[in-house]
Ligand binder design. Structure first.
Ligand SMILES: [Zn+2]
Length: 271
């Protein structure tokens, strides 16, 4: 219990950082150095105004000085991040592996992608480059580690190259599929951001997981689209960002790809 409590608190803190990423990355601002300011009075926030969720609740959702209304994005992203982090850790083996850390970095970045895409209908290139860099870095470290351990080059490279090539191939297929969709719909449905996100998903998920993630994204997207139409929140042909669906698909697939495949087969198998 204590372990999950600590992970949850860590999630709140990371969520707080993600809020900074969400607010600043699309504007091309730096996420480091300067402290967060109130959107209204531009005063720098003090440490006790930056406590995740608690500050928002205690201040009743308002700035302490100017009474300006704080966005509910802040506590929402903090809570969401905590819940997702605890869930991912809960469904993973109790050892901290490089694989787990990479998955967590991937999922946390997707939280920022989701919120930015919902707010602005864009998926920032910076976040996609960041994840690509993480993939290259981790692949290089793995190769270095393998060579260091065996002291022998030839076979090690071949063994290392297998999975890396697999990821590059499924990334290209996923990205290519979305690129084709962009061309077919003449950019009205999907955008370049979705193409890059699908490619990145191929790098971080296995081929099967990528397929499940994209399939799930389309099903969830269709259901949500129909609900929005029924509620008259959206008109037919209006833009609904697809990044959030891909992100949810990626999370579900990362956690339960095999269960989802089993469920799908159970439901759709004619006996
Ligand atoms: Zn203020």
């Amino acid at each position: 219990m204590l372990y999950y409590f600590i992970v949850g608190v860590l999630g709140l803190a990371i969520g707080s950082f993600l809020n900074v990423v969400i607010d600043r990355i699309p504007n091309g601002k730096t996420i480091f150095i300067d402290r967060s300011k109130c959107d209204y009075c531009k005063e720098e926030l003090r440490w006790y105004e930056l406590v995740p969720v608690l500050s928002y609740v205690i201040q009743n959702g308002k700035c302490m000085r100017c009474e300006g209304k704080l966005s509910y994005q802040y506590p929402l992203v903090e809570l969401l991040t905590a819940i997702i982090l605890v869930t991912v850790v809960y469904f993973s083996p109790l050892v901290i592996t490089l694989e787990l850390i990479i998955s967590i970095i991937f999922i946390l970045t997707l939280i920022a992608v989701t919120i930015i895409d919902l707010k602005l209908l864009i998926i920032p290139d910076q976040l996609m480059y960041f994840l690509f860099f993480v993939f290259v870095l981790v692949s290089s470290i793995t190769l270095g580690w393998d060579v260091f351990n065996s002291g022998f080059f030839g076979d090690v490279i071949l063994q290392w190259a297998g999975p890396v090539v697999n990821h590059l191939v499924s990334a290209s297929i996923a990205g290519g599929f979305f690129y084709a969709l962009v061309l077919l719909t003449k950019g009205k449905g999907m955008g370049g951001g979705d193409v890059k996100l699908a490619y990145i998903m191929g790098l971080f998920l296995t081929g099967t997981q990528t397929l499940v993630a994209i399939y799930a994204a389309f099903i969830i997207g269709a259901v949500v689209g129909l609900v929005l139409l029924a509620m008259r929140r959206k008109k037919f042909g209006q833009v609904v960002p697809f990044g959030p669906f891909l992100s949810i698909g990626a999370l579900l697939s990362l956690l339960w790809a095999q269960d989802l495949i089993d469920l799908y087969l159970t439901v759709f198998t004619v006996r």
